[in-house]
Design a binder for this molecule. Structure first.
Ligand SMILES: Nc1nc2c(ncn2[C@@H]2O[C@H](COP(=O)(O)OP(=O)(O)O)[C@@H](O)[C@H]2O)c(=O)[nH]1
Ligand SMILES: [Mg+2]
Ligand SMILES: [Zn+2]
Length: 409
């Protein structure tokens, strides 16, 4: 038995163990066991084989593999972006962590900043010595997007391929239902499940906390609302229980609400991982890059975001319907299709406000957001929209392929 045969059997063994641990591996198991064996026609070092579980712990799924397959050339590999600071990226591949930069061709083909890598992106990279070159991005499955700061600018991607948005709000002066609505719109628009985390419950009486949780539940329409305190640890275990291995959670919320504190608390002993990564930049200077994507000990991936003073929404107007479902339902009773719910006669939405069924503040918030989003829609770049559609199509195709292989996906 030659050395490669030994490697081959080790791989098969490792892959078998991996596939045992993951769900829905029925018809796909043939394929997942075959692929790494094929790679063994090339010399492969043992650590690389063992670390194949690494990208899975960073959230790699068959869906992403399928979507990436057409992009992977010879010598290229998949990586997840863990720091998306422009010109100073950091990625993790099956071989470990690397600083990364984009190719000129990639930059040239980018229409605007939303095409550039952000934390959570899956990228196709080539590792050269101790650095890596980003050739392309796998179409994003989901994305959290905000209006970029500054006048007349477009959208900005906060994080990509997020499963759940932890919308953190403080049970202190930060508490604000209207701001929460903005974050909910952002999550729904990006295809991300929202979960509201109300921090600092130690600052309020139990009754007050209860009342605020109920208030929030009245606008989340079923999305979970949890309260906790990082000070006395109450409620943190419930948050922990919601974090599933391989799932990506992005913390969003105003600065000062307690996002970093919560991350440190969830990290527990692996606190070190939140420390900034020291590395050399292109000129050989030592710089510190903030690490945004963090892997938890018990599995689960967290993405920290810098605090946002004010969240400018950047979403398709249709995302309002998801965030304001009760208003969407009322719309059916308006006399005119496309009713703006303002001056139009026989408006069911305004009637509900007058009868007290719909709180005035909720209505005002809806109208304000609808106007903001309509303005964006008019300004938005048609090309960008088309590209989003194209990426979406590519992704739907990949989803279909995975579904065909896996009944019950
Ligand atoms: N009383 C109380 N203070 C908290 C809690 N969580 C965070 N803080 C404090 O809030 C401040 C801001 O926290 P930080 O995590 O930096 O907020 P971030 O800007 O959202 O990352 C810090 O002084 C924390 O100690 C909490 O649950 N209760
Ligand atoms: Mg912070
Ligand atoms: Zn109306």
């Amino acid at each position: 038995m030659g050395i490669y045969d030994i490697f081959k059997w080790i791989t098969v063994f490792v892959v078998l163990i991996q596939t045992q641990g993951t769900t829905h591996q029925t018809s796909a198991s043939n394929r997942t066991t075959k692929r790494p064996v094929q790679q063994l026609s090339k010399p492969v070092a043992l650590p690389l084989i063992l670390s194949m579980a690494m990208l899975e712990s960073y959230g790699l799924t068959d869906l992403i593999r399928s979507a990436a397959a057409p992009l992977l050339g010879d010598g290229w590999e998949l990586a997840r972006v863990i720091t998306g600071v422009r010109d100073h990226y950091r990625v993790v591949t099956e071989q470990g962590e690397f600083g990364a930069y984009t190719t000129g061709r990639f930059l040239y083909s980018a229409d605007d900043s939303t095409d550039l890598p952000v934390a959570g992106d899956w990228a196709v990279v080539r590792v050269v010595d101790d650095t890596s070159i980003i050739h392309d991005l796998v179409p994003r499955r989901t994305a959290l997007m905000r209006k970029s700061a500054g006048r007349g600018s477009g959208g900005q991607i906060v994080a990509a391929n997020v499963d759940t948005a932890f919308i953190v709000q403080g049970l202190d002066r930060d508490f604000n239902l209207r701001r929460l609505e903005r974050y909910l719109v952002m999550a729904y628009d990006g295809g991300v499940e929202p979960m509201v985390l109300l921090s600092k419950q130690d600052l309020q009486s139990d009754r007050e906390v209860q009342a605020r949780v109920q208030e929030v539940e009245s606008i989340t329409h079923g999305a979970p609302v949890l309260s906790y305190s990082a000070l006395d640890d109450s409620g943190v275990d419930v948050i922990e229980s919601r974090i599933q291995p391989g799932q990506t959670f992005c913390l969003v919320g105003s600065s000062g609400v307690g996002k970093s504190t919560l991350i440190n608390r969830l990290l527990g002993e692996s606190l070190l991982a939140t420390r900034a990564v020291r590395e050399k930049d292109s000129r050989g200077r030592h710089t510190t890059a903030r690490r945004e994507l963090i892997l938890l000990n018990d599995g689960g991936i967290l993405i920290d975001t810098p605090g946002m003073r004010e969240l400018g929404v950047w979403a398709e107007p249709s995302s309002l319907e998801t965030a304001f479902p009760e208003i969407e339902a009322l719309t059916q009773g308006c006399r005119y299709r496309g009713c703006g719910h303002q001056q139009e006669p026989d408006c069911a939405v305004r009637a509900a406000v007058e009868s007290g069924d719909l709180p005035q503040a909720r209505y005002d918030s809806y109208i304000k957001l609808a106007q903001e989003l309509a303005n964006h829609a008019m300004r938005s770049d048609e090309l960008g929209r088309l590209k989003r559609k194209r990426a979406q199509k590519q992704l739907s195709k990949a989803i279909k392929q995975v579904k065909q292989r896996k009944p019950g996906f």
